[in-house]
Structure formats: structure tokens, C-alpha cells
Unconditional design. Sequence first.
Length: 134
Amino acid sequence: MAEYNLFPGIPKIYITPQLTTKRKAQLANNSVFGSFGFDFRGNIKHSLELFPDTRKMVVISGNGISDKGFENTFKRGSKEFMSQVAFEYIRGLEVEKLLSRVENLPDRSLIYYLTYSEDTLGRRINAVKFAEQL
């Protein structure tokens, strides 16, 4: 929306992850921005401090566009821990299969749930309800 100045004359508020200075400069005068970021590195570090015997971190995300974005950001934040713990990524698996799979994780495994909006069959998933099931 910002790039093409859709709806000119109408004030806009943009909330986006990690908005860059370049993007800020492109906003129209009647627009403001807010940005948020994710400290996956810090979260992983804290998780491993709480559970120092962790050997495997199972990262769960959906198959939607935003789900894939969260997973890519997580991967960047997890690089420094790859020598400490094995990472397994499960993306978009059908809910029933995923729940069955996590029931049988080996000891010293930690589940890191990112977000889950869609499975590989294209079914929309309520991320909050799915988290409760998980």
C-alpha cells in the first residue's frame, strides 16, 4: 500500500515487522508507521537456559505466507545455537499428523511453536486453537 500510495488523501497507520529507514522515507505525509521485531535469538537462549538438557528443538510452523516468514526469521536467529542443539522444522503438516508426531518426541526435546495459519492441504487453521491442542 505504501509503495503505490493507495487511497491518497486518507491517513494511514502501517504496522509492519522491522520497517527500514528506506521504507519510512517512502511514506506519504499523512502516514505513520509502527514496527515490531522478534527476538528469536534471545528466546532460544532463554529456553536453553531454562532447559539446559535440551538436545532437540522442534520448530513448528504452518504453510501460509506469514508462517514461512516467521520460520525464515527464526532460522536467522537460531544460527549460533546449531552446535548446541539439533533443530527439526515441521512446516504445514496436517494438524492430526502433527499432533501424533509431537506425542512421540524423544526425551530432552523442546517444541518451539511459531505460528500456524494454514496446512499443506491449504486448510486455514485457527492458530490459537491449534496452540491449545499442541
